[in-house]
Design a protein around this ligand. Structure first.
Ligand code: 16G
Ligand code: MG
Length: 546
Protein backbone atom coordinates (compact mmCIF):
# COMPACT_ATOMS: atom_id res chain seq x y z
CA UNK A 1 0.00 0.00 0.00
CA UNK A 2 2.84 2.41 -0.65
CA UNK A 3 2.21 5.63 -2.54
CA UNK A 4 2.01 5.68 -6.33
CA UNK A 5 3.68 9.02 -7.00
CA UNK A 6 3.22 8.71 -10.76
CA UNK A 7 -0.53 8.32 -10.37
CA UNK A 8 -0.63 11.23 -7.91
CA UNK A 9 1.31 13.40 -10.36
CA UNK A 10 -0.58 12.55 -13.51
CA UNK A 11 -4.06 12.86 -12.05
CA UNK A 12 -3.54 16.21 -10.31
CA UNK A 13 -6.51 18.55 -10.67
CA UNK A 14 -5.15 22.01 -11.51
CA UNK A 15 -6.45 25.25 -10.00
CA UNK A 16 -9.35 26.68 -11.96
CA UNK A 17 -8.37 30.23 -11.16
CA UNK A 18 -4.73 31.33 -11.02
CA UNK A 19 -3.64 33.39 -8.05
CA UNK A 20 -6.39 32.36 -5.63
CA UNK A 21 -4.96 32.31 -2.10
CA UNK A 22 -5.69 28.95 -0.43
CA UNK A 23 -5.40 28.66 3.37
CA UNK A 24 -6.53 25.95 5.74
CA UNK A 25 -7.95 28.20 8.47
CA UNK A 26 -10.16 27.88 11.55
CA UNK A 27 -12.86 26.17 9.55
CA UNK A 28 -10.67 24.23 7.11
CA UNK A 29 -10.73 25.41 3.48
CA UNK A 30 -13.73 27.57 2.72
CA UNK A 31 -14.50 29.70 -0.33
CA UNK A 32 -16.58 29.78 -3.50
CA UNK A 33 -17.19 26.16 -4.47
CA UNK A 34 -15.87 26.70 -7.97
CA UNK A 35 -12.24 27.04 -6.83
CA UNK A 36 -12.25 23.93 -4.62
CA UNK A 37 -11.88 21.03 -7.09
CA UNK A 38 -8.11 21.07 -6.85
CA UNK A 39 -8.22 21.39 -3.07
CA UNK A 40 -10.37 18.27 -2.64
CA UNK A 41 -7.80 16.19 -4.47
CA UNK A 42 -5.05 17.42 -2.16
CA UNK A 43 -7.12 17.07 1.00
CA UNK A 44 -7.66 13.42 0.09
CA UNK A 45 -3.91 12.92 -0.09
CA UNK A 46 -3.42 14.69 3.21
CA UNK A 47 -6.07 12.50 4.89
CA UNK A 48 -4.24 9.44 3.55
CA UNK A 49 -0.90 10.68 4.92
CA UNK A 50 -2.46 11.53 8.28
CA UNK A 51 -3.97 8.06 8.53
CA UNK A 52 -0.64 6.42 7.69
CA UNK A 53 1.09 8.66 10.24
CA UNK A 54 -1.39 7.48 12.91
CA UNK A 55 -0.90 3.81 12.17
CA UNK A 56 -3.84 3.44 9.88
CA UNK A 57 -6.41 5.07 12.18
CA UNK A 58 -9.49 6.29 10.31
CA UNK A 59 -9.50 9.99 9.36
CA UNK A 60 -12.69 11.87 8.45
CA UNK A 61 -13.27 14.37 5.67
CA UNK A 62 -16.34 16.62 5.78
CA UNK A 63 -17.40 18.68 2.78
CA UNK A 64 -19.46 21.64 3.96
CA UNK A 65 -19.41 25.40 4.30
CA UNK A 66 -21.62 25.48 7.38
CA UNK A 67 -23.62 28.73 7.56
CA UNK A 68 -22.10 30.25 4.40
CA UNK A 69 -24.29 30.94 1.36
CA UNK A 70 -25.08 28.06 -0.96
CA UNK A 71 -22.51 28.99 -3.64
CA UNK A 72 -19.69 28.49 -1.13
CA UNK A 73 -18.28 25.19 -0.02
CA UNK A 74 -15.44 23.93 2.10
CA UNK A 75 -13.69 20.93 3.55
CA UNK A 76 -12.15 19.95 6.84
CA UNK A 77 -10.40 16.93 8.27
CA UNK A 78 -11.38 15.04 11.41
CA UNK A 79 -8.74 13.37 13.59
CA UNK A 80 -9.17 9.83 15.00
CA UNK A 81 -10.96 10.74 18.23
CA UNK A 82 -13.44 12.86 16.32
CA UNK A 83 -11.57 16.08 16.97
CA UNK A 84 -10.48 18.70 14.49
CA UNK A 85 -7.25 18.14 12.59
CA UNK A 86 -4.22 18.74 14.82
CA UNK A 87 -3.10 22.32 14.40
CA UNK A 88 0.48 21.46 13.41
CA UNK A 89 -0.90 19.79 10.25
CA UNK A 90 -2.93 22.78 9.07
CA UNK A 91 0.18 24.22 7.40
CA UNK A 92 0.61 21.01 5.38
CA UNK A 93 -2.93 21.35 4.12
CA UNK A 94 -2.13 24.83 2.90
CA UNK A 95 1.18 23.79 1.28
CA UNK A 96 -0.50 20.93 -0.57
CA UNK A 97 -3.36 23.13 -1.74
CA UNK A 98 -0.96 25.71 -3.12
CA UNK A 99 1.08 23.18 -5.16
CA UNK A 100 -0.26 23.47 -8.69
CA UNK A 101 1.67 20.92 -10.72
CA UNK A 102 2.54 17.28 -10.24
CA UNK A 103 6.19 17.85 -9.35
CA UNK A 104 5.48 20.57 -6.81
CA UNK A 105 2.79 18.38 -5.24
CA UNK A 106 5.04 15.35 -4.91
CA UNK A 107 7.71 17.55 -3.41
CA UNK A 108 5.34 18.74 -0.65
CA UNK A 109 4.18 15.15 -0.04
CA UNK A 110 7.77 14.03 0.34
CA UNK A 111 8.47 16.83 2.78
CA UNK A 112 5.48 15.82 4.90
CA UNK A 113 6.55 12.18 4.87
CA UNK A 114 10.09 13.09 5.91
CA UNK A 115 9.13 15.61 8.59
CA UNK A 116 6.75 13.11 10.21
CA UNK A 117 8.74 9.94 9.52
CA UNK A 118 5.67 8.41 7.89
CA UNK A 119 5.84 4.75 6.92
CA UNK A 120 4.11 4.90 3.54
CA UNK A 121 3.51 1.16 3.56
CA UNK A 122 0.93 1.41 6.33
CA UNK A 123 -2.59 1.09 4.86
CA UNK A 124 -4.68 4.24 5.16
CA UNK A 125 -8.36 4.50 6.06
CA UNK A 126 -10.55 7.53 5.35
CA UNK A 127 -14.29 8.15 5.65
CA UNK A 128 -16.12 11.11 4.17
CA UNK A 129 -19.49 12.83 4.12
CA UNK A 130 -21.05 16.00 2.76
CA UNK A 131 -23.89 18.45 3.30
CA UNK A 132 -26.79 19.42 0.99
CA UNK A 133 -24.95 21.95 -1.21
CA UNK A 134 -25.44 21.35 -4.96
CA UNK A 135 -21.66 21.70 -5.46
CA UNK A 136 -20.93 18.70 -3.23
CA UNK A 137 -21.45 16.11 -5.97
CA UNK A 138 -18.58 17.39 -8.09
CA UNK A 139 -16.30 18.03 -5.13
CA UNK A 140 -16.88 14.50 -3.85
CA UNK A 141 -15.67 13.15 -7.19
CA UNK A 142 -12.44 15.16 -6.88
CA UNK A 143 -11.95 13.89 -3.34
CA UNK A 144 -12.57 10.32 -4.46
CA UNK A 145 -9.97 10.66 -7.21
CA UNK A 146 -7.42 11.82 -4.62
CA UNK A 147 -8.28 8.93 -2.31
CA UNK A 148 -7.98 6.46 -5.17
CA UNK A 149 -4.59 7.63 -6.40
CA UNK A 150 -3.21 7.72 -2.85
CA UNK A 151 -4.49 4.20 -2.21
CA UNK A 152 -6.62 4.82 0.88
CA UNK A 153 -9.39 2.48 1.89
CA UNK A 154 -12.26 4.93 1.67
CA UNK A 155 -15.90 4.77 2.73
CA UNK A 156 -18.54 7.24 1.60
CA UNK A 157 -21.03 7.98 4.40
CA UNK A 158 -23.11 10.19 2.14
CA UNK A 159 -25.21 13.07 3.35
CA UNK A 160 -24.49 13.73 7.05
CA UNK A 161 -24.30 16.57 9.53
CA UNK A 162 -20.76 17.54 10.49
CA UNK A 163 -21.17 16.21 14.07
CA UNK A 164 -22.43 12.82 12.84
CA UNK A 165 -19.27 12.46 10.75
CA UNK A 166 -17.19 13.29 13.84
CA UNK A 167 -19.18 10.71 15.80
CA UNK A 168 -18.59 8.05 13.13
CA UNK A 169 -14.83 8.66 13.11
CA UNK A 170 -14.62 8.22 16.87
CA UNK A 171 -16.81 5.09 16.82
CA UNK A 172 -14.69 3.42 14.15
CA UNK A 173 -11.43 4.17 15.93
CA UNK A 174 -12.61 3.08 19.38
CA UNK A 175 -14.49 -0.07 18.27
CA UNK A 176 -13.68 -3.07 20.47
CA UNK A 177 -11.77 -0.99 23.01
CA UNK A 178 -12.71 -0.14 26.59
CA UNK A 179 -13.85 3.32 25.51
CA UNK A 180 -15.88 2.21 22.50
CA UNK A 181 -17.97 5.24 21.57
CA UNK A 182 -20.89 3.58 19.80
CA UNK A 183 -22.14 1.83 16.73
CA UNK A 184 -20.47 3.45 13.68
CA UNK A 185 -23.62 4.26 11.74
CA UNK A 186 -26.06 7.16 11.70
CA UNK A 187 -28.67 4.72 13.08
CA UNK A 188 -26.28 3.96 15.95
CA UNK A 189 -26.08 7.69 16.65
CA UNK A 190 -29.87 8.11 16.61
CA UNK A 191 -30.35 5.12 18.93
CA UNK A 192 -27.67 6.27 21.36
CA UNK A 193 -29.05 9.80 21.63
CA UNK A 194 -32.72 8.87 21.73
CA UNK A 195 -32.23 6.18 24.40
CA UNK A 196 -30.21 8.61 26.52
CA UNK A 197 -32.86 11.29 26.13
CA UNK A 198 -35.67 8.94 27.17
CA UNK A 199 -33.73 8.03 30.31
CA UNK A 200 -32.87 11.65 31.11
CA UNK A 201 -36.50 12.86 31.01
CA UNK A 202 -38.12 9.76 32.49
CA UNK A 203 -41.09 10.51 34.71
CA UNK A 204 -41.30 14.18 33.68
CA UNK A 205 -44.19 15.69 31.72
CA UNK A 206 -43.41 16.39 28.09
CA UNK A 207 -43.06 20.06 27.15
CA UNK A 208 -44.96 21.87 24.41
CA UNK A 209 -43.76 21.31 20.82
CA UNK A 210 -40.32 22.66 19.93
CA UNK A 211 -40.07 24.60 16.66
CA UNK A 212 -36.79 23.75 14.93
CA UNK A 213 -35.46 25.85 12.04
CA UNK A 214 -33.08 23.60 10.11
CA UNK A 215 -31.69 26.37 7.83
CA UNK A 216 -32.92 24.35 4.80
CA UNK A 217 -29.87 22.20 5.36
CA UNK A 218 -28.75 18.71 6.24
CA UNK A 219 -30.07 19.06 9.80
CA UNK A 220 -33.60 18.67 8.43
CA UNK A 221 -33.46 15.13 7.03
CA UNK A 222 -31.18 14.02 9.88
CA UNK A 223 -33.50 15.37 12.57
CA UNK A 224 -36.41 13.65 10.81
CA UNK A 225 -34.49 10.38 10.94
CA UNK A 226 -33.69 10.83 14.63
CA UNK A 227 -37.36 11.51 15.39
CA UNK A 228 -38.24 8.05 14.11
CA UNK A 229 -36.53 6.77 17.25
CA UNK A 230 -38.22 9.33 19.50
CA UNK A 231 -41.89 8.77 20.38
CA UNK A 232 -44.06 11.87 20.06
CA UNK A 233 -45.04 11.58 23.72
CA UNK A 234 -41.39 11.99 24.75
CA UNK A 235 -40.43 14.86 22.45
CA UNK A 236 -42.63 16.83 20.13
CA UNK A 237 -40.86 18.70 17.32
CA UNK A 238 -42.13 20.88 14.49
CA UNK A 239 -39.52 21.32 11.76
CA UNK A 240 -39.44 24.53 9.73
CA UNK A 241 -37.07 25.46 6.90
CA UNK A 242 -36.43 21.95 5.69
CA UNK A 243 -36.40 22.65 1.96
CA UNK A 244 -33.15 21.06 0.86
CA UNK A 245 -34.19 20.69 -2.77
CA UNK A 246 -34.91 24.25 -3.92
CA UNK A 247 -31.81 26.01 -5.18
CA UNK A 248 -30.62 28.98 -3.15
CA UNK A 249 -32.56 28.27 0.03
CA UNK A 250 -29.74 26.98 2.24
CA UNK A 251 -29.10 29.42 5.13
CA UNK A 252 -31.14 32.03 3.29
CA UNK A 253 -32.85 34.27 5.87
CA UNK A 254 -32.81 31.45 8.37
CA UNK A 255 -30.53 29.32 10.49
CA UNK A 256 -28.50 29.93 13.65
CA UNK A 257 -26.10 32.44 12.12
CA UNK A 258 -28.92 34.57 10.70
CA UNK A 259 -30.74 34.57 14.05
CA UNK A 260 -27.63 35.37 16.08
CA UNK A 261 -26.28 38.13 13.85
CA UNK A 262 -29.63 39.70 12.95
CA UNK A 263 -31.05 39.26 16.45
CA UNK A 264 -34.40 38.25 15.02
CA UNK A 265 -36.38 35.15 14.12
CA UNK A 266 -36.34 33.89 10.53
CA UNK A 267 -39.19 35.62 8.67
CA UNK A 268 -40.54 32.16 7.75
CA UNK A 269 -41.02 31.22 11.41
CA UNK A 270 -44.43 32.24 12.60
CA UNK A 271 -43.69 32.55 16.31
CA UNK A 272 -46.14 33.34 19.05
CA UNK A 273 -45.49 34.29 22.67
CA UNK A 274 -44.80 31.11 24.62
CA UNK A 275 -43.47 29.09 21.65
CA UNK A 276 -40.10 27.37 22.10
CA UNK A 277 -37.91 27.87 19.04
CA UNK A 278 -34.39 27.02 18.00
CA UNK A 279 -32.28 27.29 14.84
CA UNK A 280 -29.51 25.02 13.52
CA UNK A 281 -26.88 26.22 11.08
CA UNK A 282 -26.35 24.68 7.62
CA UNK A 283 -24.29 21.69 8.80
CA UNK A 284 -26.01 21.35 12.18
CA UNK A 285 -23.06 21.98 14.47
CA UNK A 286 -24.49 25.17 15.97
CA UNK A 287 -27.75 25.95 17.73
CA UNK A 288 -29.42 28.98 19.29
CA UNK A 289 -32.80 29.17 21.05
CA UNK A 290 -35.26 32.08 21.03
CA UNK A 291 -38.80 33.09 21.86
CA UNK A 292 -41.15 36.04 21.74
CA UNK A 293 -41.98 37.46 25.16
CA UNK A 294 -45.50 38.49 26.21
CA UNK A 295 -45.06 41.80 24.37
CA UNK A 296 -43.94 39.86 21.28
CA UNK A 297 -40.36 41.12 21.69
CA UNK A 298 -37.74 38.74 20.28
CA UNK A 299 -35.44 37.18 22.93
CA UNK A 300 -32.31 35.24 22.05
CA UNK A 301 -30.82 32.40 24.11
CA UNK A 302 -27.40 32.00 22.53
CA UNK A 303 -24.40 29.77 23.21
CA UNK A 304 -23.60 31.69 26.41
CA UNK A 305 -27.08 31.01 27.78
CA UNK A 306 -26.80 27.34 26.84
CA UNK A 307 -23.43 27.11 28.63
CA UNK A 308 -24.97 28.68 31.74
CA UNK A 309 -27.95 26.31 31.68
CA UNK A 310 -25.78 23.24 31.13
CA UNK A 311 -23.25 24.21 33.83
CA UNK A 312 -26.02 24.92 36.33
CA UNK A 313 -27.74 21.57 35.71
CA UNK A 314 -24.59 19.47 35.65
CA UNK A 315 -23.18 21.09 38.81
CA UNK A 316 -26.40 20.28 40.65
CA UNK A 317 -26.38 16.68 39.43
CA UNK A 318 -22.75 16.25 40.51
CA UNK A 319 -23.65 17.58 43.96
CA UNK A 320 -26.83 15.51 44.24
CA UNK A 321 -24.96 12.41 43.16
CA UNK A 322 -22.47 12.93 46.00
CA UNK A 323 -19.45 13.04 43.71
CA UNK A 324 -18.21 16.57 44.48
CA UNK A 325 -14.64 15.57 43.73
CA UNK A 326 -15.62 16.06 40.08
CA UNK A 327 -14.89 19.67 39.13
CA UNK A 328 -16.93 21.44 36.49
CA UNK A 329 -15.47 24.31 34.44
CA UNK A 330 -16.69 26.51 31.60
CA UNK A 331 -14.74 27.74 28.57
CA UNK A 332 -15.72 30.88 26.67
CA UNK A 333 -14.21 33.30 24.18
CA UNK A 334 -13.97 37.08 24.31
CA UNK A 335 -17.31 37.20 22.48
CA UNK A 336 -19.11 35.81 25.54
CA UNK A 337 -21.48 38.42 26.88
CA UNK A 338 -20.10 40.11 30.02
CA UNK A 339 -23.30 39.23 31.89
CA UNK A 340 -22.83 35.53 31.15
CA UNK A 341 -19.30 35.56 32.55
CA UNK A 342 -20.58 37.40 35.62
CA UNK A 343 -23.38 34.84 36.07
CA UNK A 344 -20.99 31.88 35.78
CA UNK A 345 -18.31 33.24 38.09
CA UNK A 346 -20.44 35.08 40.65
CA UNK A 347 -23.73 33.17 40.75
CA UNK A 348 -22.77 29.62 39.84
CA UNK A 349 -19.25 30.01 41.23
CA UNK A 350 -17.82 27.93 38.46
CA UNK A 351 -14.29 28.47 37.09
CA UNK A 352 -14.29 30.11 33.66
CA UNK A 353 -11.44 30.16 31.13
CA UNK A 354 -11.27 32.47 28.15
CA UNK A 355 -9.53 31.28 24.97
CA UNK A 356 -9.11 32.57 21.40
CA UNK A 357 -11.98 32.12 18.93
CA UNK A 358 -12.27 28.76 17.15
CA UNK A 359 -13.59 25.42 18.26
CA UNK A 360 -10.21 23.72 18.63
CA UNK A 361 -9.11 26.25 21.27
CA UNK A 362 -12.26 25.79 23.33
CA UNK A 363 -12.21 22.03 22.98
CA UNK A 364 -8.64 21.66 24.21
CA UNK A 365 -9.17 23.98 27.15
CA UNK A 366 -12.34 22.10 28.16
CA UNK A 367 -10.35 18.88 28.29
CA UNK A 368 -8.48 20.31 31.28
CA UNK A 369 -11.57 20.06 33.50
CA UNK A 370 -13.23 16.91 34.87
CA UNK A 371 -16.36 18.14 33.16
CA UNK A 372 -15.68 20.97 30.72
CA UNK A 373 -18.60 22.92 29.30
CA UNK A 374 -17.61 24.98 26.27
CA UNK A 375 -19.68 27.22 24.05
CA UNK A 376 -19.04 30.06 21.67
CA UNK A 377 -21.68 32.78 21.84
CA UNK A 378 -22.61 31.83 18.26
CA UNK A 379 -24.00 28.51 19.49
CA UNK A 380 -21.18 26.07 18.83
CA UNK A 381 -20.31 24.00 21.86
CA UNK A 382 -20.57 20.82 23.86
CA UNK A 383 -19.64 19.25 27.19
CA UNK A 384 -16.59 17.04 27.67
CA UNK A 385 -16.28 14.39 30.37
CA UNK A 386 -12.72 13.40 31.30
CA UNK A 387 -11.86 9.70 31.67
CA UNK A 388 -11.78 10.22 35.48
CA UNK A 389 -15.21 11.85 35.47
CA UNK A 390 -16.63 9.10 33.25
CA UNK A 391 -15.23 6.45 35.51
CA UNK A 392 -16.57 8.09 38.67
CA UNK A 393 -20.00 8.56 37.12
CA UNK A 394 -20.03 4.97 35.92
CA UNK A 395 -18.82 3.26 39.08
CA UNK A 396 -20.19 5.38 41.97
CA UNK A 397 -22.71 3.59 44.12
CA UNK A 398 -25.72 5.56 45.21
CA UNK A 399 -26.50 5.64 48.91
CA UNK A 400 -29.93 7.24 48.56
CA UNK A 401 -32.69 7.27 45.95
CA UNK A 402 -31.83 10.93 45.25
CA UNK A 403 -28.21 10.05 44.57
CA UNK A 404 -29.33 7.21 42.38
CA UNK A 405 -31.54 9.51 40.34
CA UNK A 406 -28.71 12.05 39.87
CA UNK A 407 -26.22 9.36 38.85
CA UNK A 408 -28.66 7.87 36.39
CA UNK A 409 -29.17 11.26 34.79
CA UNK A 410 -25.45 11.99 34.63
CA UNK A 411 -24.91 8.64 32.92
CA UNK A 412 -27.60 9.50 30.41
CA UNK A 413 -25.93 12.87 29.74
CA UNK A 414 -22.60 11.23 28.95
CA UNK A 415 -24.37 9.36 26.13
CA UNK A 416 -26.63 12.22 25.09
CA UNK A 417 -23.85 14.78 24.65
CA UNK A 418 -21.64 14.48 21.58
CA UNK A 419 -18.13 14.38 23.04
CA UNK A 420 -16.38 14.99 19.74
CA UNK A 421 -17.60 18.43 18.68
CA UNK A 422 -20.51 20.88 19.06
CA UNK A 423 -23.66 19.25 17.73
CA UNK A 424 -26.98 21.04 17.19
CA UNK A 425 -29.08 17.87 17.52
CA UNK A 426 -27.30 16.67 20.66
CA UNK A 427 -27.25 20.18 22.21
CA UNK A 428 -30.95 20.54 21.47
CA UNK A 429 -31.65 17.30 23.33
CA UNK A 430 -29.48 18.52 26.23
CA UNK A 431 -31.42 21.77 26.52
CA UNK A 432 -34.73 19.89 26.21
CA UNK A 433 -33.59 17.50 28.94
CA UNK A 434 -32.87 20.34 31.32
CA UNK A 435 -36.03 22.30 30.54
CA UNK A 436 -38.14 19.14 30.86
CA UNK A 437 -36.59 18.28 34.20
CA UNK A 438 -37.19 21.81 35.46
CA UNK A 439 -40.53 22.15 33.62
CA UNK A 440 -39.23 25.54 32.49
CA UNK A 441 -40.32 27.77 29.65
CA UNK A 442 -37.67 29.67 27.70
CA UNK A 443 -38.68 32.77 29.64
CA UNK A 444 -37.83 31.02 32.91
CA UNK A 445 -34.46 29.87 31.57
CA UNK A 446 -33.83 33.44 30.36
CA UNK A 447 -34.17 34.77 33.93
CA UNK A 448 -30.63 33.61 34.78
CA UNK A 449 -29.21 36.96 33.66
CA UNK A 450 -29.84 39.80 31.21
CA UNK A 451 -27.41 40.17 28.32
CA UNK A 452 -25.58 43.46 28.02
CA UNK A 453 -26.38 45.12 24.70
CA UNK A 454 -23.60 44.30 22.23
CA UNK A 455 -22.56 45.20 18.72
CA UNK A 456 -20.21 43.64 16.20
CA UNK A 457 -18.79 45.87 13.45
CA UNK A 458 -16.71 44.69 10.52
CA UNK A 459 -13.89 46.94 9.31
CA UNK A 460 -12.07 46.25 6.05
CA UNK A 461 -8.41 47.24 6.19
CA UNK A 462 -5.47 47.03 3.79
CA UNK A 463 -3.80 44.20 5.73
CA UNK A 464 -5.62 42.52 8.59
CA UNK A 465 -2.53 40.46 9.45
CA UNK A 466 -0.94 43.47 11.16
CA UNK A 467 -3.43 42.95 14.00
CA UNK A 468 -1.79 40.87 16.73
CA UNK A 469 -3.59 40.06 19.96
CA UNK A 470 -2.84 38.68 23.40
CA UNK A 471 -4.84 37.64 26.47
CA UNK A 472 -7.25 35.42 24.49
CA UNK A 473 -7.76 38.10 21.83
CA UNK A 474 -8.96 40.64 24.38
CA UNK A 475 -6.04 43.03 23.83
CA UNK A 476 -4.10 44.23 20.82
CA UNK A 477 -0.32 44.14 20.90
CA UNK A 478 -0.03 45.53 17.38
CA UNK A 479 -0.53 47.99 15.77
CA UNK A 480 1.31 49.69 18.62
CA UNK A 481 -0.66 52.26 20.57
CA UNK A 482 -4.08 51.16 19.33
CA UNK A 483 -5.00 49.31 22.51
CA UNK A 484 -4.29 52.34 24.69
CA UNK A 485 -6.63 54.36 22.53
CA UNK A 486 -9.34 51.67 22.77
CA UNK A 487 -8.93 51.53 26.56
CA UNK A 488 -9.27 55.29 26.89
CA UNK A 489 -12.58 55.18 25.04
CA UNK A 490 -13.95 52.12 26.82
CA UNK A 491 -13.28 53.79 30.19
CA UNK A 492 -15.92 56.43 29.38
CA UNK A 493 -18.77 53.86 29.35
CA UNK A 494 -20.36 52.08 32.26
CA UNK A 495 -19.98 48.28 31.85
CA UNK A 496 -18.02 49.11 28.70
CA UNK A 497 -15.90 46.47 27.01
CA UNK A 498 -14.47 46.32 23.53
CA UNK A 499 -11.88 44.31 21.66
CA UNK A 500 -10.53 44.09 18.13
CA UNK A 501 -9.26 41.02 16.25
CA UNK A 502 -8.60 39.95 12.69
CA UNK A 503 -11.20 37.52 11.38
CA UNK A 504 -9.98 34.01 10.68
CA UNK A 505 -12.58 33.41 7.99
CA UNK A 506 -12.99 36.75 6.19
CA UNK A 507 -10.66 39.47 4.98
CA UNK A 508 -11.70 41.93 7.67
CA UNK A 509 -11.16 43.05 11.24
CA UNK A 510 -13.95 42.58 13.79
CA UNK A 511 -14.78 45.10 16.48
CA UNK A 512 -16.87 43.92 19.43
CA UNK A 513 -18.37 46.27 21.98
CA UNK A 514 -20.77 46.04 24.88
CA UNK A 515 -21.99 48.61 27.39
CA UNK A 516 -24.87 49.30 29.75
CA UNK A 517 -27.32 50.61 27.15
CA UNK A 518 -28.04 50.06 23.47
CA UNK A 519 -27.14 53.60 22.43
CA UNK A 520 -23.88 53.64 24.40
CA UNK A 521 -22.95 50.26 22.94
CA UNK A 522 -23.48 51.43 19.38
CA UNK A 523 -21.61 54.65 20.04
CA UNK A 524 -18.66 52.76 21.53
CA UNK A 525 -18.59 50.13 18.76
CA UNK A 526 -18.50 52.73 15.99
CA UNK A 527 -16.01 54.91 17.82
CA UNK A 528 -13.59 51.96 18.03
CA UNK A 529 -14.33 50.92 14.45
CA UNK A 530 -13.43 54.43 13.27
CA UNK A 531 -10.20 54.41 15.27
CA UNK A 532 -9.27 51.10 13.63
CA UNK A 533 -10.17 52.44 10.21
CA UNK A 534 -8.23 55.68 10.68
CA UNK A 535 -5.11 54.21 12.31
CA UNK A 536 -4.77 50.90 10.48
CA UNK A 537 -5.39 51.47 6.80
CA UNK A 538 -9.17 51.36 6.44
CA UNK A 539 -10.42 50.48 2.98
CA UNK A 540 -13.73 51.54 1.42
CA UNK A 541 -16.30 53.52 3.35
CA UNK A 542 -15.44 54.69 6.89
CA UNK A 543 -17.69 52.88 9.39
CA UNK A 544 -20.61 55.09 10.33
CA UNK A 545 -23.39 54.42 12.78
CA UNK A 546 -26.57 53.50 10.89
C1 16G B 1 -15.00 29.45 12.42
C2 16G B 1 -14.95 28.64 13.66
C3 16G B 1 -15.91 29.19 14.69
C4 16G B 1 -15.62 30.66 14.94
C5 16G B 1 -15.61 31.42 13.65
C6 16G B 1 -15.09 32.82 13.87
C7 16G B 1 -14.59 26.25 13.82
C8 16G B 1 -15.06 24.91 13.40
N1 16G B 1 -15.30 27.26 13.38
O1 16G B 1 -16.25 29.34 11.79
O2 16G B 1 -15.74 28.47 15.86
O3 16G B 1 -16.58 31.21 15.79
O4 16G B 1 -14.73 30.79 12.73
O5 16G B 1 -15.01 33.48 12.65
O6 16G B 1 -13.59 26.40 14.53
P1 16G B 1 -14.13 34.77 12.47
O7 16G B 1 -12.71 34.43 12.78
O8 16G B 1 -14.37 35.18 11.06
O9 16G B 1 -14.66 35.80 13.43
MG1 MG C 1 -21.51 24.95 11.22
Amino acid sequence: MSLDFDAIKSNIIPHKIEGFKYTYGTAGFRSKAEVLDSVMYKVAILATLRSKKLNGATIGVMITASHNPEEDNGVKLVDPRGEMLEQSWEGYATSLAVANDGDALVQVIEQIIAANKIDINIPASVIYAYDTRPSCAELVKCLELGLKVSGAKAVNHGLQTTPILHYLVRCINTANTSDAYGEPTAEGYYKKLSEAFKTAVKGKARLSPLHVDCANGVGAPKLRELLEYMPEDVLSVKIVNEDINTKGQLNKNCGADFVKTQQRAPPTADIHPGDRCCSFDGDADRIVYYYADKDSVFRLLDGDKIAGLAAMFIMELVKDAGIDSIKVGVVQTAYANGSSTHYLTKVLNVPVSCVPTGVKHLHHEAEKYDIGVYFEANGHGTVLFSPTALNTIKTSEAKTPAQNQALMQLRALTDLINQTVGDAISDMLLVETILTNRQWSLEEWDQAYTDLPNRLVKVVVADRHIFKTTNAERQLVEPAGLQAEIDANVAKYSNGRSFVRASGTEDAVRVYAEAATRSETDELAYKIAQIVYDRAGGVGARPLMA
